[in-house]
Design a protein around this ligand. Structure first.
Ligand SMILES: Cc1ncc(COP(=O)(O)O)c(C=O)c1O
Ligand SMILES: N[C@@H](CCOP(=O)(O)O)C(=O)O
Length: 462
């Protein structure tokens, strides 16, 4: 299996090389040169398998034999044994044909654990094999950071630097990162927003001189392995509800677009999906683009769903590459224009996207209303991100006959303030997080300046 860049200029890489890097050298993101596909029989055979066994079947073709089957299976089994639910991402039926896919049973209570528990193990495997060390730089709006730390902190060959926007993540999210006092874990609160943090991470991939030759690795969804691991739960949920014999639809709270893009990849590989609904908070660029072809930046707003407070959505580039029939030059030109002025997609690619994708945007007042309403109707206490999905699924659903699966991307305990504002007394943290709010924290506060951040990384890496 070879991986190529969405901008068409960088060299193709193997699986191992693509996992051990971040962005392509031309500024693009890596995608598989050709997508494997599932036959109907192969999908039907997955019904009833354990999550780990489905994951092995979905992931194996992307690895292309670069990890032997026994080791790959073992890494997958170990990764998912850290989840507190045997189904890893269980489905919960809300009404006649609406389901929640609970993605918050991992160690840090958000969907990021699904990919990062595995990515940490794959990185460790490759680095040990090579006898190399690496530096991780990641940007987080709150959930990737703790999941990456949890997935990688036991890897002695990794130093991990996570940039989060100062005072813009929830207290639980911050403490999940900053109370890990391991020698190889470094948290930086950036005086800026998530887009600033992500831009600095991307700029660091573009010019790695500050690391004097030490390898830099990404844990954000710019790393293909994140997308690969996230595909699995779409397949698992689809076959559990009758695929390949019937279609399913997914509604996905979205921002950096890695989650829903993984679903789209599963669809391209043969999973029968009727519709993907992209749910956004008030930072609605994805909705504006899909609904009105308004691909333009607006000021980033702080919302009650802070993990989705993102304007520049990395993985949208991967979708554009597909929509533009893999024309890297056209994607590069569009994204260059987007940097400087409002942009719009060409007619044909937009029409292609609209065949599969719908969207809906949900403001803060509605998030609170939905948390109350969903609880009254179903007994479920939704986190504010899942609430955007719940409402979008109701409003943008193509039909009632196709099962709708809304991704419950985080546990409400991570966002107690929003839950309390919605009128609930609060949510208890699960037992493994007992004492989190009293533990010692360690983090640096830095200006949103690339030099300052790179100096911090260069001085602290071991
Ligand atoms: C809880 C939660 N929901 C939804 C999202 C959006 O997912 P994506 O960035 O993959 O679109 C994020 C962060 O990315 C998140 O942390
Ligand atoms: N919401 C994310 C933002 C980063 O997304 P990623 O999927 O690209 O890692 C977060 O919680 O950090």
């Amino acid at each position: 299996m070879r991986y190529i860049s969405t901008r068409g200029e960088a060299p193709a890489l193997s699986f191992e090389e693509v996992v051990l890097t971040g962005m392509a050298s031309d500024g693009g993101l890596y995608v598989p040169e050709t997508l494997p596909s599932f036959t109907r029989d192969a999908l039907a055979d997955m019904a009833g398998l354990s999550y780990a066994d489905i994951a092995f079947r979905v992931i194996k073709p992307f690895v292309g034999g670069e990890i032997d089957d026994t080791t790959l299976h073992q890494l997958i089994v170990e990764a998912y044994s850290t989840f507190s639910h045997d189904a890893v991402v269980p489905l919960r039926q809300l009404d006649a044909n609406h389901f929640l896919l609970e993605q918050f049973h991992g160690p840090t209570l958000a969907f990021k654990d699904v990919a990062l528990q595995l990515l940490g193990r794959i990185l460790d495997h490759f680095l040990k094999k090579r006898g190399e060390r690496a530096v991780i730089m990641g940007a987080t709006s709150g959930d990737t950071g703790s999941a990456a730390i949890e997935g990688c902190r036991h890897c002695d060959n990794l130093d991990i630097f996570i940039l989060h926007p100062h005072n813009r993540v929830s207290e639980v999210q911050r403490r999940q990162m900053t109370t890990v006092l391991a020698d190889n874990v470094f948290n930086v609160a950036i005086e800026g927003n998530f887009d600033d943090a992500q831009a600095m991470v991307k700029a660091s991939f573009a010019d790695q001189a500050f690391l004097d030759g030490t390898r830099l690795v990404a844990v954000n969804s710019i790393n293909w392995a994140r997308i690969m691991a996230q595909m699995v739960y779409y397949v698992a949920a689809g076959v559990a509800l009758g695929a390949p014999h019937r279609e399913v639809s997914f509604c996905v709270p979205s921002a950096n677009f890695g989650n829903v893009f993984a679903g789209y990849m599963a669809y391209k590989m043969g999973l029968p999906v009727k519709q993907f609904i992209v749910a956004t908070n008030a930072n609605d660029i994805l909705h504006r683009t899909l609904a009105d072809n308004d691909f333009s930046r607006r000021e980033l707003e702080a919302t009650l769903a802070p993990s989705m407070d993102i304007v520049v959505s990395s993985n949208f580039e991967r979708l554009l590459f597909d929509a533009y029939d893999r024309d890297g030059a056209a994607v590069a030109a569009l994204l260059e224009r987007f940097q400087h002025e409002p942009a719009a997609l060409a007619e044909a690619p937009l029409a292609k996207l609209r065949e599969k994708f719908s969207s809906h945007s949900v403001d803060d007042a509605t998030i609170l209303e939905v948390i109350r309403e969903a609880h009254r109707r179903t007994g479920e206490l939704l986190d504010p991100h899942t609430a955007t999905g719940y409402r979008a699924a109701e409003r943008a659903r193509a039909n009632a006959a196709t099962p709708m699966i809304t991704l419950a991307t985080a546990h409400p305990a991570k966002f107690a303030d929003a839950v309390i504002e919605a009128g609930f007394p609060g949510v208890e943290l699960p037992p493994h997080m007992e004492g989190l709010l009293e533990r010692e924290e360690r983090f640096a506060v830095l200006p949103a300046e690339l030099d300052a951040v790179q100096r911090f990384v260069a001085e602290n890496r071991r």
